[in-house]
Design a protein around this ligand. Structure first.
Ligand code: PLP
Length: 411
């Protein structure tokens, strides 16, 4: 006779208490329910280029197809030599100082490496400075690892650049590192050298490690140039992240990397921790690693999108003008990536809860955006639009958003 199981329920770990990832959160679940009922939803919520008709360069797909049979086994835990060599050349082009092939790690997207770096670093209560708004994985991984995410504000009045005084004010004895997201998600900001230099000065003064998430570094518009902060900090320990998800429209292949640079001597013990965790996950997806060389060495198809006449450029122009034409909304012009982070005049609309606002927009107009709170933005007065859809779709979306704000008043 099979004994009856004792009645018991399974709860999630308390480690998740402060973990939030609203880019795929409750409002997205509600949208999925509506779709299951046959409602068409206009999705402006996820930075995933392929479903919007951005194709992976053919040479990358052919390359992977040819290498599939050679990539059946595990690779070394840091990654294939060919991939890391190509990444090393890329690091040299970006002037990252003191980088050897041993300092390069491939990952199943940048996501895995962010998680790995925070797990290897943090003891309970260690503080990490993170921008607000941020790409929320950073805050989530710091909290999951037992650290404390301390947010410094980025200033909308100054092109969404980090507020240097606020960074200084947030440093304590427990601060170990500062995170930069440059180009930024969700604001589309690109940081100039002067701003980066000031952050390097602070990091030097307080002996902080620098983590720089640069996954959008090849999606920069208006003839501007991306500068890696690590190139300005040869005497500090820096970790720079990038990958192919956004620049090669292959977010689904899961391939990213990180590069350790600068003063690695001071991080010897930490690097041992990183190596341990990299070994434990064995290696990242090997077929995806096998295309890095071709992807980085070949024609950068994204270049055609980010110049006048190119899809991303023209969609950026459209969304920027359309949002600013809606009474009660204003937005800083994004310089990079494919996001815009409009501000809502909350007094005019009496918005106190941005999740409710996102749900109302979803129910009334069938448009899915991500609320500002999902990016650790403290006030309920912003939301993020992904402007990957074509202009016809963006036009439909902004017409509906304008309509929504013409009657919306949250009680
Ligand atoms: N970092 C930033 C700033 C992102 O916006 C994203 C994805 O949206 C990631 C990292 C994750 O990228 P990956 O696909 O390489 O895991």
């Amino acid at each position: 006779e099979i004994p009856t199981a004792r009645r018991r329920s399974f709860g999630k770990s308390h480690k998740l208490d402060n973990v939030l990832y609203d880019v795929r959160g409750p409002v997205v679940d509600e949208a999925a329910r509506m779709e299951a009922d046959g409602t068409h939803i206009l999705k402006l919520n996820i930075g995933n280029p392929a479903p919007f008709g951005f194709r992976t360069p053919d040479e990358v797909v052919y390359d992977m197809a040819h290498q599939l049979t050679d990539t059946e086994g595990y690779s070394p835990s840091k990654g294939l030599f060919s991939a890391r060599k190509a990444i090393m050349q890329y690091a040299q082009l970006k002037n990252l100082p003191n980088v050897t092939i041993d300092d390069i790690y491939t990952g199943n997207g940048v996501s895995e490496l962010i998680n790995l770096c925070m797990s290897a670093l943090l003891d309970d209560g260690d503080e990490v400075l993170i921008p607000s708004p941020d790409y929320p994985l950073w805050t989530a991984c710091v909290n999951l690892a037992g650290g404390t995410a301390v947010h410094y504000v980025c200033d909308e009045q100054s092109e969404w650049y980090p507020d240097i005084d606020d960074i200084r004010a947030k440093i304590t004895d427990r601060t170990v590192a500062i995170v930069l997201i440059n180009p930024n998600n969700p604001t589309g900001a690109l940081y100039p050298k002067e701003v980066l230099q000031q952050i390097v000065d602070i990091a030097r003064e307080h002996q902080l490690m620098i983590f720089s998430d640069e996954i959008y570094d090849r999606l920069v518009m208006d003839g501007l140039k991306h500068i890696s902060i690590a190139s300005l900090a040869p005497d500090l320990f820096c970790v720079t992240f990038s990958g192919l998800s956004k620049s090669h429209m292959i977010a689904g292949y899961r391939v990213g990397w990180m590069v350790l640079s600068g003063n690695k001597r001071i991080a010897k013990d930490y690097i041992e921790g990183i190596n341990m965790l990299a070994n434990m996950r064995i290696c990242s997806n090997v077929p995806a690693q096998s295309i890095v060389q071709t992807a980085l060495g070949g024609h950068q198809s994204v270049n055609d999108y980010i110049v006048p006449g190119g899809r991303l450029y023209e969609q950026r122009e459209y969304i920027y003008n359309a949002i600013n034409a809606i009474p009660g909304l204003t937005a800083v012009k994004p310089k990079a990536a494919f996001y815009i982070f409009p501000k809502i005049d909350v007094k005019k609309f009496n918005i106190r809860d941005d999740e409710q606002f996102a749900l109302d927009l979803l129910h009334d107009e069938r448009i899915l955006i991500t609320r500002g709170g999902g990016f650790n933005w403290a006030e309920p007065d912003h939301f993020r639009i992904v402007y990957l859809p074509r202009i016809e779709v963006l036009r439909d979306a902004t017409t509906k958003i304008a309509d929504f704000f013409s009657y919306y008043w949250q009680a």
